[in-house]
Ligand binder design. Structure first.
Ligand SMILES: NC(=O)c1ccc[n+]([C@@H]2O[C@H](COP(=O)([O-])OP(=O)(O)OC[C@H]3O[C@@H](n4cnc5c(N)ncnc54)[C@H](O)[C@@H]3O)[C@@H](O)[C@H]2O)c1
Length: 362
């Protein structure tokens, strides 16, 4: 038997249960030793319901952090990612924080700084990275087959698919569709490109659907954007067209495109249901557009069907990285770039003009 990795979970709501199940079912030596939730009795109920034998419950995450732990899963609403992650890192624990990284760019910067200072893992929960088709897209882009990739169109949308609760409260979520599903589609594009630095953003956001009681049962509480579009200039003379929607009178915002000087790549979603999208690993087709002997050819790249549980893979990879002393599988410093773009989108939309993006050297 190898080293047993001891885990704590902060926040015991919906996604925490998925983390707990992933820890319980993985083929690694791992033990959940404690759970914290600010709602009295909620962590205890969670431990009993999921049968986490021997785990202790707390209301204050700092008490949980006094236990002998290697790492924590941060599964709180977005607003609490910052405080709980920084306290965990400062207590010398590795952190797997759910997406998005934080509510504001400044919070994200502080989290990445804390991870660097403590020399601990800060990994962010973007499970679509474990989808083999996502990995195939990255491989194609990185192979150079497309030549110089100068334009990427990413994002997508739901005809109707707006969440409620904490997701529509600006103070708790930070942003709406951008933070919920936009961050995934940014990661798809930026990870494939090798995370180039963003320079400027010109954006527009709106919330015509969320604030209309015809379309949302919590319209009077809806404070975030349900639609956003942005043109992002990236270093290396590249441009990113990023658009996302929780609701619209349209079936699609178009495919995901990578345009290169030698070839282009087009991705379309697998499902047609309201919650499906390329951004969450649901790729339905991958087509390469290229020339052969001056003929315009499009080649279908086979889409792999698989039964990999990408969520469990992200949690397992965190445990393996702790065990084997490896760097963060989905590094906070990369996802800070993602956060900087969302921050730029919100600033630009508010000002009605293009804004610069400045990221400190960490
Ligand atoms: N990766 C994914 O597929 C995925 C899917 C859904 C949600 N998420 C993310 O997971 C996070 C949580 O979402 P959820 O749907 O589980 O929310 P939820 O509201 O069901 O659960 C959050 C829990 O955190 C607790 N909490 C709040 N502040 C806390 C604090 N300071 N310390 C301890 N506990 C605290 C709440 O009481 C609640 O029980 C969000 O950031 C969300 O974006 C990720």
């Amino acid at each position: 038997m190898g080293k047993v990795v001891k885990i704590g979970i902060i926040g015991s709501g919906g996604i925490a249960a998925a983390h707990a199940k992933a820890y319980l079912e993985m083929n690694e030596d791992v033990e959940i030793v404690g759970v914290a939730d600010v709602v009295p009795g909620k962590a205890r109920e969670f431990i009993d319901r999921l049968n986490l034998k021997g785990a202790q419950s707390f209301e204050d995450h700092n008490r949980l952090l006094e236990l002998d732990l290697d790492g924590v899963s941060v599964c709180t609403p977005n607003v609490a990612h910052h405080r709980t992650s920084i306290d965990s890192l400062n207590a010398n624990k590795h952190v797997l924080v759910e997406k998005p990284l934080a509510v504001t760019l400044d919070q994200g910067i502080e989290m990445v700084e804390a991870a660097k200072k403590q020399d601990k893992i800060l990994s962010v929960g973007f499970q679509p990275r474990y989808d083999p088709n996502m990995q195939a897209v990255k491989e194609i882009v990185q192979s150079g087959k497309l030549g110089n990739v100068y334009y990427v169109q990413t994002g997508g949308g739901r005809r109707r698919g707006m969440p409620g609760g904490t997701f529509i409260n600006k103070g708790l979520a930070g942003a709406g569709a951008m933070a919920d599903i936009g961050c995934y589609s940014l990661d798809l594009a930026l990870n494939a490109l090798g995370y180039p630095k963003p320079l400027t953003v010109s954006a527009y956001t709106s919330n015509y659907f969320g604030t209309n009681p015809t379309y949302h049962p919590e319209a009077e509480k809806f404070e975030v954007e349900d639609f956003g579009v942005a043109m992002v200039r990236l270093e290396g003379g590249k441009v990113l067209n990023f658009k996302i929607s929780w609701a619209m009178h349209m079936d699609s915002l178009g495919p995901t495109l990578f345009l290169g000087t030698d070839a282009g790549l087009k991705l379309t979603p697998a499902g047609s249901g309201p919650w499906s999208g390329v951004w969450d690993g649901g790729i339905g087709s991958i087509s390469l557009f290229h020339d052969i002997d001056n003929h315009h050819v499009s080649t279908a790249i086979p889409v792999q069907s698989h039964n990999i549980d990408i969520f469990k893979e992200k949690v397992r990879d965190f445990v393996v990285s702790i065990k084997e002393n490896k760097p963060a599988p989905i590094p906070g410093e990369q996802i800070l770039i993602n956060q900087a773009i969302i921050d730029g989108v919100l600033r630009s939309s508010e000002k009605g003009k293009e804004v610069d993006i400045h990221l400190p050297q960490i």
